[in-house]
Write a protein that binds this ligand. Structure first.
Ligand SMILES: Nc1ncnc2c1ncn2[C@@H]1O[C@H](COP(=O)(O)OP(=O)(O)OP(=O)(O)O)[C@@H](O)[C@H]1O
Ligand SMILES: [Mg+2]
Length: 251
């Protein structure tokens, strides 16, 4: 059994727009998967289905054997979603409070919350900001806080919608470092992005979506052959010899 099974998912909005068509993917523990596709291809709708926020019109999603449609709350503990808009996900008065909020919400006792918050601050490199007010954080720091808030809940899978959008170069590098660390700590990463050149070297797999259908799914170099037809910019001159250089961590 794969950790994440997406089986024959389709989604149609009430106005008749078909956002996803028979999407099937099986993702294993520890993978670092990039999902890419042009605007409107269905990436955000897919993430919202995986997180149980909307129900597919057809198909099923199982996370560690738990059906997302039948048990969305339980499944959400296994797959945490980081939204594109950081501000909508930040609720605490301080960085520490914000990370604690989700844990308190699931009924964790206050001693455990303290330990978990401290661990999360360390693991996500936010210790120096522990008592800062979130609205005074930079864009990159805010993004890292939303990722930390999700990581604190220890979901086995962390899914992120365009985590690099609106970030400057240092912001991208900080977020990327955080994601690579979380992957090394055992979290499966599911990252939706247009910016392949920032992160492709870290991916074990690239999925390309167009008009709601999976067009390519495999090792990044093979899948890149379909980038043009999916409206995704393929980094120039990429070969098996230099694909390892495709990361902003090495600039
Ligand atoms: N509430 C809605 N009602 C009708 N159609 C919608 C609704 N929300 C999204 N759509 C349509 O569903 C399709 C998929 O949208 P989605 O937001 O998943 O795209 P995306 O791949 O995330 O795009 P982007 O790269 O711009 O974020 C698009 O055609 C969009 O217009
Ligand atoms: Mg989107």
């Amino acid at each position: 059994m794969s950790q994440l099974e997406i089986l024959g998912i389709s989604y149609r909005f009430p106005d008749g727009t078909t956002a996803l068509r028979d999407v099937t993917m099986r993702i294993s523990e520890g993978e670092f998967v990039i999902i890419s596709g042009k605007n409107g291809s269905g990436k955000t709708v897919l993430l919202r289905i995986l997180n149980g926020l909307i129900k597919p019109t057809a198909g099923t999603v199982n996370i560690n054997g738990i059906s997302v449609v039948e048990n969305p709350f339980e499944a959400r503990r296994e797959l945490g979603l980081v939204f594109q808009q950081s501000d909508s996900q930040i609720v605490g008065q301080t960085v520490t409070d914000d990370i604690a909020f989700g844990l308190e919400n699931i009924g964790m006792n206050s001693d455990e919350v303290k330990i978990r918050v401290r661990q999360t601050l360390e693991r996500t490199g936010l210790e120096d900001h522990a008592s800062q007010r979130p609205r005074t954080l930079s864009g990159g720091e805010k993004r890292r806080l939303t990722i930390a808030g999700v990581a604190a809940m220890s979901p086995s899978i962390i899914a992120l919608d365009e985590p690099f959008s609106n970030l400057d170069y240092p912001g991208v590098v900080q977020v990327l470092e955080q994601l690579v660390n979380l992957n090394e700590q055992g979290h499966t990463i599911l990252l939706v992005t247009h910016d392949l050149d920032k992160v492709l070297a870290h991916a074990t797999r690239l999925v390309l979506i167009d008009k709601g259908s999976v067009i390519a799914d495999g090792n990044p170099l093979d899948a890149l052959n379909y980038a043009g037809q999916c409206g995704v910019r393929s980094p120039k001159g990429i070969t098996s010899d230099n694909i390892g250089e495709l990361t902003w961590l090495k600039d």
